[in-house]
Design a binder for this molecule. Structure first.
Ligand code: AMP
Ligand code: TRP
Length: 339
């Protein structure tokens, strides 16, 4: 039985509360969720707190960051009248379905995930052990998506491999046990899909990196943003040109400018003959992009009961959407209904 999802496209995406949200999260994901996705589809946006437990974590910090992430999603323009904003651990269906996904995936498939291959050695190098949940993370992510029958998953490019795996698991499950899940696809924005670290343009601007000088956080004060942009690493050549492979630092600045102020990064390059002028414009464009988000965030922080109410309603709605499909999946794999 192909579960009906109604005529409207359904969208699911999530953000991990492992650090403060960055400009990369905003340009690569959240801005489009607010500007487009919530208007054209039935959209769910989730603070995926269970995923934050896959690496060493401090309980109080995860709790704080989860609330902050939810508040920032609202501050970025997600409108609870238009979409569903909720916290993953408030809806049991994610964990229920995650186990079925672990029973659908193979261990080889999990071990092939680039993110695991990168993060596992990093955790070991930090002297810690690698949590089993870091390996099984994509099973939980697949459950997040499949529980809602999402057609589209708007994510940054770094997450496409996980969405591909989700598709494979959906197809496999449907073949083995009967049509249960919608097979989703990843969707990506046109520009600034990947914002790179301003100090290390070879790696993405990630919220859990230890060195913060190259990371612009959504809540950074304007002065801090300016300082970080002005100190961005470029390269030894004096002119401004858009050559992402050879000159990733400058290309990243041009991408950020295009992402914040509009335009095409290649064309924008032609308008500058010095890094100084380019950086100044990038800094101002970023400050102006973040200004309304910071202002709205400050208002929402003053209204914690409003945020709580949004999350409570969001979880109720999400639960109601996910439960029938997850119940159907339990039955399809051969688990005896509770009666
Ligand atoms: P995460 O920070 O891993 O929870 O990611 C939340 C969303 O933001 C995902 O869709 C990511 O692909 C996206 N994202 C995270 N960092 C970046 C970045 N530096 N550039 C573009 N998109 C990003
Ligand atoms: N893995 C994603 C990330 O690191 C976060 C995430 C978890 C997610 N579950 C999801 C994104 C489901 C989209 C859909 O960014």
């Amino acid at each position: 039985m192909a579960m009906a999802t109604g005529a409207r496209t359904r969208i699911f995406s999530g953000v991990k509360p492992t650090g403060h949200l960055t400009l990369g999260n905003y340009l690569g994901a959240v801005r489009r969720w607010a500007g487009e996705d919530q208007h054209r589809a039935e959209a769910l946006f989730c603070v995926v707190d269970l995923h934050a437990l896959t690496v060493e974590h401090d309980p109080a910090r995860v709790r704080r960051l989860s609330r902050q992430a939810a508040t920032l999603l609202l501050a970025s323009g997600l409108d609870p009248e238009l979409c569903t904003v909720f916290v993953q651990s408030h809806v049991d269906e994610h964990l229920r379905l995650s186990y079925l996904m672990e029973c659908t995936a193979s261990d080889g498939e999990m071990r092939r995930m680039i993110q695991y291959k990168e993060k596992a050695p990093a955790e070991r190098a930090r002297g810690g052990s690698v949590r089993l949940s870091l390996l099984t993370y994509p099973a939980l992510m697949a459950a997040d998506i499949l529980a809602y029958g999402a057609h589209e998953v708007p994510v940054g490019e770094d997450q496409t491999q996980h969405v591909e795996l989700t598709r494979d698991l959906a197809v496999r499950f449907n073949q083995r046990y009967g049509a249960t899940f919608v097979v989703p696809k990843a969707t990506q924005p046109v520009v600034a899909t990947r914002v790179m670290d301003l100090q290390d343009p070879a790696s993405k601007m990630g919220k859990s990196h230890a060195r913060t000088a190259g990371i612009v956080y959504l809540l950074d004060e304007p002065e801090v943003v300016r300082k970080k942009v002005l100190r961005a690493v470029t390269d030894a050549e004096p002119d401004v040109a858009y050559e992402p492979e050879r000159r990733p630092g400058v290309a990243n600045l041009l991408n950020v400018l295009a992402g914040c102020a509009g335009g095409d990064p290649r064309r924008l390059a032609e308008e500058y003959d010095s890094y100084g002028a380019l950086k100044k414009d990038v800094a101002e464009a970023v400050v102006e992009t973040l200004r309304p988000v910071r202002e709205r965030h400050a208002e929402l922080v003053a209204e914690p009961s409003y945020v709580d109410a949004v999350l409570r309603r969001g979880a109720e709605r999400a639960r109601a959407l996910a439960r029938p499909r997850v119940d159907a999946a339990f039955e399809a794999v051969g688990l005896l209904p509770a009666g």
